[in-house]
Design a protein around this ligand. Sequence first.
Ligand code: THU
Length: 138
Amino acid sequence: MDNQQLITLALKARENAYAPYSHFTVGAAVLTKDGLVYTGCNIENASYGATNCAERTAIFKAVSEGKKEFVKIAIVGGKEGEEIMDFAYPCGVCRQVIAEFCNPVEMLVVVAKSETEYIEKTLDELLPLSFGGSVWNI
Ligand code: THU
């Protein structure tokens, strides 16, 4: 699965975003170690605090289906109904959730405006010195 294909799936997932409060719509597509893709969108809530980001929607879908190892995630976000103008990097909470299920120096985070305009980082670049389960001797 190359970056372009994963971005296409994230763009498609973004179409399902539920963002009546911020009008900022996000899509994500996460690739599992065994080659499957799970997609997600942001799902807002009138309480604001119960909002779920696109990345976590995709990851929670995968984990709930028994997939717990990821190698790459593509993320796209921008104002609803408009052309994507900026790179929408994952929020801190999503970075921590991604960290739970990957090798941070191998996990690739592809932040895209389109299939041809994207930036690729490792999770370790986005979340260095992260807190992890090894502290708990897991
Ligand atoms: N959002 C995401 O889906 N992913 C992120 O990493 C950052 C923010 C969503 C949450 C909210 O619905 C909207 O973008 C504005 O913050």
